[in-house]
Design a protein around this ligand. Structure first.
Ligand code: BES
Ligand code: MN
Ligand code: ZN
Length: 489
């Protein structure tokens, strides 16, 4: 998508769809300005009792020359127009533009936010909103959507806000496509192929460990999860090396279960087995972030992406509930529940990531239903052993418009993972289930390494769609990770 700034003013802007935001209390003044161009608009707004409330929206097809469509958006109280409100307004404008080709002009009250930030946020929102996945239809619906966005009357210096937008959105869209694709398409081998394609197209370095390599490395926790599947596991390590000096090294680890049946602790009842294609959402987020990073080429920061990918299935060789397995560091784990498989794969992935001697490790995983119960589908949970890292991730999520909420690593709950026979069990009691899951992961992180775990089980998917997300896969996590990595360069 093309992004630009326009200084024509509302009256002279000549494009295809014009979207104008009106704050509450400011309706009359802006309406008067619009009236010069669109005669009758003041009456139309009055008739609709348009007050500028957040949900208010008027779409008209002006007769005569000029834009084919005029969209008037209510923005709510004028003193509280922050970045979230701008993002939401840009998203509504984009949705209201569907059906028109050409360019979309957007005019919002720009004063509350840094102009460069405003440009970035609106551009991101519009591109992300207009995305539609039609890969699996025999006949895709013909779509008419704008291919250019012009922000009207924004400070000319703001154009630098556009520079990262297309690369970031391409990463989000890759993540959405990986998550949305069914489990007979996105297999562990398909994730490895995606990484190989990125390595080839963007000059990244790639290592894929096959089952035999993982055996040689003693990755018994990861391999135990994969052993009931007919598909071979793939352990994927993708590396971005900056030109010049490396000042910081970070690792991004993603849970990559391309299908989670639960294993012999089969998902039944309300467990939504049919949605468990999205259990590779963490790996989609880190692959998407690598896609963006490869294009943006941040200086000074080396990025290691690690994904231990497999399926959790049932057959005659699948893990029995009760099996004791050994992770790559020699720690023994009693698998008291085969459905707590993500943490087993992450155990070996985190051990491997820490061997790269990173300054910080961040893992993303659709790890627990408990986290969805706690935070719903608009926020991921964040656990960290390092306050600076937690704050940096919080800022990165905020600037990307992704909900993130810090949760406690309450050490006393670690007792819930004690096993009679092995060093630990993989599952504790149901209460606080997302916390014990995080405490389990912590066991596999090198003591002096800053680490954060983000449970994305809720926001990986949006049933109805909301804000910048169409219904379905959201691509959650890419913007947070990209912003976080860029902030370190
Ligand atoms: N992939 C699931 C977590 C999940 C559940 C994500 C529902 C999204 C929606 C994970 O592997 C899992 O099954 N976790 C169990 C853990 C339990 C057995 C301790 C869960 O949350 O029920
Ligand atoms: Mn599971
Ligand atoms: Zn799972």
């Amino acid at each position: 998508m093309r992004f630009s700034l326009s200084s024509t003013g509302l009256h002279a802007w000549n494009g295809d769809v014009l979207a104008v935001g009106l704050p509450q209390g400011d309706v009359d003044a802006t309406a008067t300005a619009l009236e010069q161009r669109f005669a009758g608009i003041t009456d139309a707004l009055k008739q609709q009792e348009f007050k500028g409330k957040p949900g208010d929206q008027l779409v008209i097809t002006p007769l005569g020359g000029g834009p084919q469509r005029l969209v008037v958006l209510g923005l709510g109280e004028s003193d509280g127009i922050d970045t979230d409100r701008l993002r939401g307004a840009a998203a509504r404008a984009a949705k209201a533009s569907i059906g028109c080709e050409g360019n979309l002009g957007l005019h919002l009250p720009w004063t509350g936010t840094d102009a460069t930030e405003a440009a970035r946020i609106c551009a991101e929102a519009v591109r992300l909103c207009l995305y539609k996945d039609q890969r699996f239809r025999k006949e895709p619906d013909p779509r008419r959507i704008p291919d250019a966005l012009e922000l009207i009357d924004l400070d000319p210096a703001a154009a630098s806000g556009f520079t990262s937008v297309n690369a970031t959105c391409a990463g989000v869209e890759l993540a959405r496509e990986l998550v949305a694709a069914p489990p007979n398409v996105v297999t562990p081998a398909a994730l490895a192929d995606t990484a190989a394609g990125m390595a080839r197209d963007h000059g990244l370095e790639l290592k894929v460990l096959e089952r035999s390599d993982c055996e040689a490395n003693g990755m018994g926790a990861f391999l135990a999860v994969s052993q009931g599947s007919d598909l071979p596991p793939k352990f994927i390590h993708l590396i971005y090396r900056p030109e010049g000096e490396v000042k910081r090294r970070v690792a991004l680890v993603g849970k990559g279960l391309t299908f989670d049946s639960g294993g012999y602790n089969l998902k039944v009842g309300a467990a939504q087995i049919d949605m468990m294609k999205f259990d590779m959402g963490g790996s989609a987020a880190v692959l998407g972030a690598m896609r963006s990073i490869a294009e943006l080429k941040p200086a000074g920061v080396e990025v290691h992406m690690v994904v231990a990918s497999c399926e959790n299935m049932v057959n005659g060789s699948a893990v029995h509930p009760g099996d004791i397995v050994t992770a790559a560091n020699g720690m023994t784990i009693e698998i008291n529940n085969t459905d707590a498989e993500g943490r087993l794969t992450l155990a070996d992935a985190l051990l491997y990531a820490c061997e790269q001697k990173p300054d910080a490790v961040v893992d993303l995983a659709t790890l627990t239903g408990a986290c969805v119960i706690a935070l719903g589908d608009e926020m991921a949970g964040l656990w960290s052993n390092n306050d600076d890292l937690a704050e940096a991730l919080d800022a990165a999520a905020q600037s990307g418009g992704e909900g993130l909420w810090r949760m406690p690593l309450r050490q006393s709950y670690r007792d819930g993972l004690k096993s009679l026979l092995a060093d630990m069990k993989n599952t504790g009691p149901r209460p606080g289930g997302s916390i014990t899951a995080a405490l389990f992961l912590k066991e596999f992180v090198a003591k002096d390494t800053a680490w954060a775990h983000i449970d994305i089980a809720g926001p990986v998917w949006s049933d109805k769609g909301k804000g910048v997300n169409p219904a379905g896969a959201t691509g959650y996590g890419v913007r947070t990770l990209v912003n976080w990595v860029l902030a370190q360069s």
